[in-house]
Design a protein around this ligand. Structure first.
Ligand code: URA
Length: 242
């Protein structure tokens, strides 16, 4: 574990800004291995038992969240015209430099990963990593026969762009389906549905890299990814590089 300044450890746990952390330390509210330390510049091991008001503080270099994105929010960090997914987070998390790892459209819902780790973000998004994303969609007209083959062969979009092979699994009535992609072009699922002769009216992302949206998360709610979930996504992105 790296050795670092105590104010950085407190701020890095998402609890406060660096200047707030300094004040908390000077006020005698922070202990390291059971001893009160009042110097914000004191150095200690980031794995040490650090406590604020008796509660253990866990330093993390990066943060990884899964959110159940509701419709009506943009998957960007800032936009003056509409609310963004960051506005669903409390101030202490908004300060953590989080960005969405792959976008969902304003009217789309479901699993959105937010992270401050730029490399991880790239892994999730890059078609070279091939991390699979799973969507549930409902369409206006039933998928015509042959739509599965069109997705499998690599759909050609209305502007001539060619998609990587994907999987379409329509329900029995063909008015809804699961779609599995390993890339993320602009409005890709909606444009693939148009290429197949129908139109998406509802879209929800169900999983990324084999990690499913936690069904306990209501719209707008979020939680940290577990270490196992993080590892699963990283392993999936590594597999395709081999
Ligand atoms: N494809 C789309 O068309 N929209 C999304 O939000 C995600 C994938």
């Amino acid at each position: 574990m790296p050795v670092m300044r105590l104010d950085k450890i407190i701020a890095g746990a998402g609890l406060s800004t660096r200047s707030e952390a300094k004040k908390l330390i000077r006020a005698g509210r922070v202990t390291v291995e059971g001893r009160t330390v009042e110097d914000p510049a004191a150095h200690c091991d980031s794995g040490a038992d650090v406590r604020l008001d008796g509660r253990q503080v866990r330093w993390q270099e990066y943060l990884y969240l899964m959110m159940n994105k509701p419709a009506g929010y943009l998957s960007v960090t800032e936009d003056p015209r509409a609310p963004t997914v960051l506005e669903l987070l409390p101030p202490e998390l908004r300060r953590r430099n989080l960005s969405p790892a792959g976008r969902l459209d304003k009217d789309s819902e479901g699993l959105l990963i937010l992270t401050s780790d730029g490399d991880f973000c790239h892994r999730v998004i890059s078609p070279k990593s091939g991390v699979e994303k799973e969507y549930y969609i409902e369409v206006l007209d039933p998928f015509p026969p042959g739509a599965e083959e069109l997705f499998r062969a690599g759909a050609v979009l209305e502007d001539g762009e060619v998609c990587l092979p994907a999987r379409l699994e329509p329900a029995a009535d063909r008015f809804s389906a699961r779609v599995f992609l390993r890339e993320g072009k602009y409005h890709q699922v909606k444009r693939m549905a148009v290429a197949a002769g129908t139109k998406v009216k509802y879209l929800k992302r169900l999983s990324v890299g084999g990690v499913a949206l936690d069904e306990n998360l209501g719209p707008g709610q979020y939680r940290e990814l577990t270490a196992a979930e993080l590892q699963k996504i990283c392993e999936e992105s590594d597999n395709l590089h081999k």
